[in-house]
Design a protein around this ligand. Structure first.
Ligand code: PLP
Length: 307
């Protein structure tokens, strides 16, 4: 795979790579239309967040940001964004109430935004049920953006980050688990890293100086979306006091409030990158070229030699 680096300046090779990606995006759009009767723009950015639903994996930070984007779209007449399709998928363990409420929030925000004619040309949100290997096979080749946003220090490795990379998606993530190795391999220009690092997270746990209430009181965007868990456009079928109470009851144990602004800025950076199509395709190829390091042969040999 590393030999693909020979083609990073080859416009026709990059165009062919893009054609392959577009084929699988069309394929996924057709699947979504068939199964959910939702039309998504196959030319939009496919931004995918699939994994078990868990607080540390912070699907909730993703959906809170989409609520924020919706607010911005209504309030700021100059607000501009590239069309994007946000795809979520993942199972919640049977007794994991907060995970199930997170899925309910994603579906609720999706149904409001997808039905809103003012924004739904620019964004669609889809929650795919029953995430498993067969669905994963449709998703990875169709992804442009790989959401890997767990709280730094919490993800042992992650493997979907590798699958996305191997399929030419650009990682938008924290320095956590194998995102660290991806970042080391492809460099700052070919992934988008944001947020607290593992040491900063550990320091907060040790010194107790983090306050969810302070973050909420000092960050108007957070204040607004957290209030919208209780009242506003996303509560017509019941509010999300469950999630509201979870944030304050746990003192935002996974630092969603703290990383929120950095996460929004990371999305601005990824959009800016996508606007330069040639550079994007080049980054995509660089990611594929370096993904061989995640070969299970290499991994197992290293375990055998060193451990
Ligand atoms: C890869 C994969 C996972 C693991 O995903 P992570 O993002 O690494 O947590 C879970 N479920 C399925 C179906 C997968 O393909």
């Amino acid at each position: 795979l590393i030999k693909l680096l020979h083609f990073t300046e080859d416009a026709s090779a990059l165009e062919k790579l893009n054609k392959v990606k577009q084929f699988y995006k069309n394929n996924l759009a057709t699947f979504i239309k068939k199964k959910y009767s939702i039309s998504v723009d196959p030319l939009s950015i496919f931004d995918i967040h699939v994994k078990r639903i868990h607080s540390y994996k912070r699907q909730i930070m993703n959906i809170l940001r989409l609520m924020h984007v919706y607010n911005e779209f209504y309030e700021n007449p100059n607000f501009d964004m590239l069309p994007r399709t946000y795809i979520f998928g993942g199972k919640a363990a049977p007794s994991y109430y907060i995970a199930k409420e997170t899925i309910r929030l994603i579906n609720t925000v999706a149904s409001v935004i997808n039905a809103d004619k003012k924004v739904n040309k620019k964004m669609k949100i889809i929650f795919l049920e029953n995430y498993g290997i067969s669905l994963a096979e449709k998703l990875f080749p169709a992804a442009n953006v790989s959401e890997q946003i767990s709280t730094a220090g919490k993800e042992a490795s992650g493997t979907s980050n590798m699958k996305f990379m191997m399929n030419g998606a650009i990682t938008l993530g924290t320095l956590d688990g194998a995102n660290v190795e991806i970042h080391d391999a492809v460099g700052d220009d070919n992934c988008v890293i944001f947020g607290l690092n593992a040491n900063e997270v550990l320091s907060y746990y040790q010194n107790g100086r983090y306050s969810a209430w302070d973050e909420y009181n000092n960050n108007p965007a957070i204040h607004r979306v957290i209030d919208q868990l209780l009242t506003g456009p996303f509560t017509s079928n019941g509010d999300f006091r469950s999630l509201y109470n979870y944030f304050f009851g746990s003192n935002d144990e996974y630092f969603v409030f703290k990383d929120f602004d950095a996460y929004c800025q990371a999305h601005n950076r990824i959009e800016k990158k996508y606007r330069d199509a040639a550079a994007w395709h080049k980054s995509s190829l660089i990611n594929i070229a370096h993904s061989g390091m995640f070969s299970s042969d290499r991994t197992i040999k290293e375990y055998a030699d060193d451990i």
